[in-house]
Design a protein around this ligand. Sequence first.
Ligand SMILES: [Zn+2]
Length: 265
Amino acid sequence: MRLYDTHVNFHAAQFAEAGLDADGLIDAARASGVRGFLAICDRWDHRDRPLVAAHGRHGVRATVGVHPHHAKDHLGLTKDDLVRHAEANETIAAIGECGLDLHYGYSALDQQLSVFRTHIEAARITGLPLVIHSRNADQVMIDVLQEAWSRGAFRFLLHCYTSGPELARFGLDHGGMISFSGIVTFKAAEAVRAIALQTPADRILVETDCPYLSPVPLRGRMNIPAHIVHVYDALARLRGEAPDSFAARVEDNVRSIFPGLVEAP
Ligand SMILES: [Zn+2]
């Protein structure tokens, strides 16, 4: 089986503190069948980090964007900044991660909205998909996406999905993909599993969001891309699909949204 991790935070301090670098994480994951990785950008001043992870490596691509936690530090970021960076680096495969997080609320809502809208415009201009983070923000997220959509289409995925059925419906109705993490293996995550069960086979993606959210049976440990096998297993079982055919469908979806992750080595 060929597996893909569409959300890897190679930049996270936890990896460095554990003495793990991109080489080690990628080699371990490849030994478990992981073929492609999307290296996520969390801040503008960290924008070179995912590029370094992707540099010279088959099947690794980078994003550029600002996590909603850090919106307050990026009020001057422009769509041109994002567009220029994306166009100057051919390994950039997406804009993000970006979005709204009202669970932690590290940045004020108006700051998050402003920075998120900048990302949406950059996605529309470049044609690159948006990697959207949405936590405890369902209706505001639907409203901002709806309003932006009225000014022109853009591509997106809803990453590490934990929101309700209305946002999932909105996403699917607007051509979006939905990505599930190790949360689908957590006992209490019945509502997330219900959405994973209802997501059409041509719209589902799989991610670790590592170093966070290590799946059962490795919950509590630091998460790494190699652990994605447990997320694939859980999703295939939940959906009643054979593991290899589920993985093949996900690969088709990855090829359509992040073709660089599927390229032959
Ligand atoms: Zn996120």
